[in-house]
Design a protein around this ligand. Structure first.
Ligand code: RIB
Ligand code: CA
Length: 311
């Protein structure tokens, strides 16, 4: 069976790094576009290329937006470190970015069987839709890691990717194109702890790749443990990849999703309308509610620690 064809829009970022590794294993990654979010656009682009180098991948990397549409950038350095990857030692990029025209690439790469997986702020996607309202009709769909029907992480009511650029999220969700939203309610079902990592059956021989993966988990679990008291990490961005590559492991339901732009305490909130209403036109936006977390974690450990055969 042919692998799904993906473009990954990303702000690497510790969980982005895992998502990129998984995407390259389970899918045909046509291109990567970078966006400021966890870290600056320079760091995000440098990290995307360094992760590709680790995988021996020549996937094109196109630099995207350096700042949100309207908000001031608020990088997540306290979680992802000042360089976006917790200062993990990796060789310098083997190549420079393919282009600094991520939006043009996303506009030109459209194809009915290509999914775009957005695991950072939606700034690039918003620019695309501003230039071409028909874009959604010319791709298979958009899989977003972002938002939450209830609660938040960067504030009590907002999830980071939406909060970083709420105006962009408003453009994307109000377009009502075919969208899968993997929010915190879903991604927090897929937590990986220090204990689990110690128990993983490690078939992979020690390598630069496994050393990076170990350090990547160690850094993010340490920082989240210091922040929350729970030494574990949710597989936020990997869920948005698996929603496309392994849809049978998820349940998504159509929901109208609106973005709060003006609330003092709620700016960046995804307002998910869960009310039952007769005659309501089903939204093209679907929100993830259920995931087979054990199956997803099994896939993650198999790929990261080498138990899986080539898929
Ligand atoms: O809230 C989680 C999201 O914010 C993930 O995409 C993570 O990488 C950060 O960008
Ligand atoms: Ca991310």
């Amino acid at each position: 069976m042919n692998k799904p064809r993906l473009i990954i829009d990303t702000d690497p970022g510790h969980d982005d790094a895992i998502a990129l590794i998984l995407a390259h294993h389970f899918a045909d990654v046509l291109g990567i576009t970078t966006v400021a979010g966890n870290t600056s656009i320079e760091n995000a682009t440098r990290n995307a290329i360094r992760i590709c180098d680790l995988l021996g991948s020549e996937t094109p990397v196109h630099r995207g937006a350096a700042a949100p549409l309207a908000a001031e950038p608020a990088f997540a350095s306290e979680v992802h470190g000042t360089d976006g990857l917790g200062g993990i030692p990796l060789p310098e990029p083997s190549r420079s970015e393919t282009s600094d025209r991520a939006v043009e690439y996303l506009l030109e790469a459209v194809d009915p069987d290509v999914w775009v997986v957005a695991v950072g702020p939606l700034t690039n996607i918003a620019h695309v839709l501003t230039q071409d309202k028909s874009w959604f009709e010319r791709i298979a769909g958009l899989s977003v890691m972002g938002g939450a029907p209830h609660g938040g992480n960067v504030t009590a009511t907002a999830e980071f990717n939406i909060y970083f650029d709420p105006e962009a999220a408003d453009v994307v969700f109000s377009a009502n194109g075919k969208t899968l939203m993997s929010g915190l309610n879903l991604t927090h079902q897929v937590q990986i702890s220090e204990t689990e990592l110690k128990e993983v059956d490690r078939a992979a021989p020690d390598s630069a790749r496994t050393q990076f993966i170990d350090q990547n988990f160690a850094r993010i679990i340490e920082r989240l443990g210091d922040l929350t008291g729970s030494p574990e990490v949710a597989m936020h961005d990997p869920c948005a990849v698996f929603a496309v590559t392994h849809p049978e492991l998820f349940e998504f339901l159509p929901r109208d999703v609106m973005i709060e732009l003006n609330g003092t305490l709620t700016r960046g909130m995804t307002v998910v309308d869960e009310r039952k209403r007769v005659g309501r036109k089903p939204s093209k936006v679907a929100v993830g509610y259920e995931v087979n977390a054990e199956a997803v974690k099994g896939l993650i450990f198999d790929v990261l620690y080498g138990n899986s055969q080539a898929s």
